[in-house]
Design a binder for this molecule. Structure first.
Ligand code: CA
Ligand code: CA
Ligand code: CA
Ligand code: CA
Ligand code: ZN
Length: 664
């Protein structure tokens, strides 16, 4: 950790390893490893750390005595863009090519510097159904080659758009997000870490373990900016450029097992490597890292993600060669970003696009999400036949069997319509998880196995591990009378204990709900919250070991909307109510027998599919006339989203629930 050795110079040194597992030992001691190979690790260390490593029996050879001075001398010679120069280039591109790019500020660093991304596509102000690609540089602030590779690729797309049909096709059918420096404070200081001395490639919340000075998962604002960007966009492909070695590095970093998509990932890695002269490795085989961006991106969204490690020469023509090679590789893989399975997920009643999770059941592949704005999805997947399942809370899941994917190009499923079903509410997304006491060689359970309905596939948390799950922005757990949600444990032969907390923010504060074991039910009422979007499940740290250490989480289900389904009434009260038009565009009118003898309306409540009360008409309003008009607005006067709603009419104690559809 470069800055924490205040007063001591940080040195670049080689540590001789007895076994590759020694890497793990070094990481646990918070030694900054920047490269490793057979029998060695390159580390950034101060004198005290060198002493303790030697005391522990490691042989340590110092390569560069003052690493910061070494890096500064290269950087100051002007081969690489400074932070201000990056902005000048981006700004001039944005002015010169307004038809195909737009400069966005994704957020700000700890010291308030902008983190930019250039959006490159046709109609750059419009969300279109296109695979989105994210290119990232300079996450380690002292690794500047990523800034050059991404800036050069950006320049190439923009300046060749008019003359090259290949570039035109690519730009018109993709959306690129090009972020040349995502650690601006580190870039300015020329340090690996951000200004809080945190290694940002150890800070991400997928199997986070507190390495690299990270105090908590997704703790740094620079991390949160990239996480939010990932959530708001349908990224299918991500490249993150570094300069510690020469690798095309694919997930996982935390775990030795290749993911189920690995053959396709390795094929694409090989294509990249052949074009650039780099070597393919899985991250763990190079050296184990927890909390990396590629693991987070791939693990939480299913977007394919790589870390590209390349050299950082102090020589303009060598820098150019690296940029050209990576450009050629990027063009090939970005063309393949649309190969696989694509579709657009919509509400079957209203046609509204839906954020949904798309699972690939047979053979198993990592799930992805549709775009939150347009509902489009693009799964990069190899040739084969797949069974596809589409999930969204508040809708019946839809299964599409035997989707055939060709060797090149894509299979378009067109519009995938989901029918509303308010009883379907399960954990929708993995927000973060804690790496703890995992049997990494044998634990092949994954956080995504805790999503959706109980299916005996599960995620073993590890002793004292935890996971945070998102129930969905529109479908939080809601406090209704009695129990509100269930946690299902899969059967590994042991009933494991666990703690359950809830919050409306992914980072807490966490309110305790219960401590229990096995499959159990929970009442939100004990927390005082009326609704909660996030559920955090923590293993109780009982001594359990082996591949299924810790609580075995199969699913989390919320019951909040049960009871809000249309009831079929045959009684006399039904005859006195009319709702029209239904579906409605501007307003719906409820004609009811106000003040008439037996069945007078005393209250009207309107709920969304998530079971949330969005509008009430009270008795004094109702008695003013015998008709109530709902114009599709909530209590604050905002127009509600298109979709299904339930109007609950209280007829002096007899409650009638009617389904209405708002179509706008
Ligand atoms: Ca476009
Ligand atoms: Ca309750
Ligand atoms: Ca277990
Ligand atoms: Ca499951
Ligand atoms: Zn790096």
């Amino acid at each position: 950790m470069t800055l924490s050795h205040a007063g001591q110079r940080v040195k670049l040194a080689t540590v001789t390893l007895h076994t590759h597992h020694d890497i793990y030992d070094l990481s646990r001691q918070d030694i900054t490893i920047i490269d490793a190979g057979k029998g060695f690790a390159k580390v950034l260390v101060g004198d005290a750390e060198i002493e303790s490593l030697r005391a522990a029996g490691y042989s340590v050879d110092i390569i560069i005595n003052d690493y910061q001075a070494f890096k500064d001398s290269t950087f100051e010679r002007g081969f690489y863009h400074t932070y201000d120069q990056v902005y000048a280039v981006l700004d001039s591109f944005a002015q010169e090519y307004p038809g195909i790019c737009r400069l966005d500020t994704l957020g700000f660093s700890v010291q308030g510097r902008a983190i930019w991304a250039m959006r490159v596509t046709d109609n750059p102000g419009v969300e279109e159904n296109e695979p989105e690609i994210r290119l990232i540089g300079n996450m380690h602030g002292d690794e500047h080659i990523g800034t050059e590779v991404t800036l050069y690729f950006l320049r190439y797309l923009l300046t060749n758009y008019a003359s090259s049909s290949r570039i035109q096709d690519l730009v018109n059918s993709r959306e690129f997000w090009i972020a040349p420096t995502i650690n601006p404070d580190g870039k300015v200081a020329n340090t690996r870490e951000n200004c809080n001395d945190v290694d940002l490639n150890r800070d991400y919340g997928f199997f986070w373990a507190g390495w690299g000075g990270s105090p908590s998962p997704n703790s740094q604002i620079e991390t949160q900016v990239m996480v939010q960007h990932l959530e708001e966009n349908d990224i299918v492909l991500e490249y993150n450029y570094h300069s510690a070695a020469e690798y095309v590095n694919y997930p996982w970093d935390y775990h030795p097992a290749d993911p189920p998509d690995s053959q396709h990932i390795i094929d694409l890695s090989t294509l990249y490597a052949v074009t650039t002269g780099l070597t393919v490795t899985n991250g763990y085989d190079w050296y184990q890292v927890t909390g990396s961006l590629q693991d987070y991106t791939f693990g939480t969204t299913g977007s394919l993600a790589w870390t590209i490690e390349t050299t950082e020469p102090a020589n303009s023509s060598l820098i150019d060669q690296i940029c050209y090679a990576n450009r050629d590789a990027l063009l090939l893989v970005c063309e393949r970003a649309a190969w696989g399975i694509e579709g657009v997920v919509k509400d079957s009643l209203t046609g509204v696009p839906l954020l949904s999770r798309i699972e690939f059941l047979d053979p198993d592949r990592t799930c992805i999400y549709s775009d939150p704005h347009n509902g489009d999805f693009h799964k990069m997947i190899g040739q084969g036949t797949y069974d596809v399942m589409v999930f969204a809370n508040g809708y019946a899941p839809k299964r599409i069997d035997s989707v055939v994917v060709p060797a090149t190009g894509s299979t378009a499923l067109g519009d995938v319509h989901l029918a509303p079903d308010s009883s379907v509410r399960y954990a929708f997304r993995v927000v973060l998880c804690r790496f703890r006491n995992h049997d990494t060689d044998n634990n092949k359970t994954r956080p995504r196995f805790a999503l959706g309905p109980p299916d005996a596939q599960f995620f073993s948390l590890g002793q004292n591990g935890y996971v945070v799950l998102d129930m969905g922005a529109q479908t939080p757990v809601v406090d209704v009378p009695g129990n509100d949600f269930a946690v299902y444990e899969a059967d590994d032969g042991v009933i494991d204990g666990y703690y359950v907390y809830v919050s409306n923010s992914w980072e807490g504060p966490w309110l305790w709900c219960d401590s229990t074991g096995g499959t159990a039910f929970f009442d939100l009422a004990v927390t005082g919250l009326s609704e909660a979007r996030y559920v955090r499940i923590v293993d109780d740290a009982d001594i359990t070991t082996g591949p299924y250490a810790g609580f075995d989480l199969d699913a989390v289900q919320s019951f909040s909307s049960i009871g809000i389904t249309e009831e079929v009434h045959t009684g006399e009260e039904q005859l006195h109510i009319t709702l029209a038009p239904n579906p409605f565009r501007n307003s719906i009118t409820l004609l009811c027998p106000v003040g008439s003898k037996q069945f007078s309306v005393v209250g009207i409540d309107i709920f969304d599919v998530g079971g949330r009360l969005i509008k009430q008409f009270d008795y004094p309003t109702i008695v003013q006339s015998n008709q109530i008009v709902w114009d599709g607005t909530d209590e604050t006067g905002h127009t509600v989203p298109r979709g299904l709603y339930f109007i609950q009419i209280d007829l002096s104690g007899n409650v009638v629930t009617k389904k209405v559809v708002f179509v706008k």
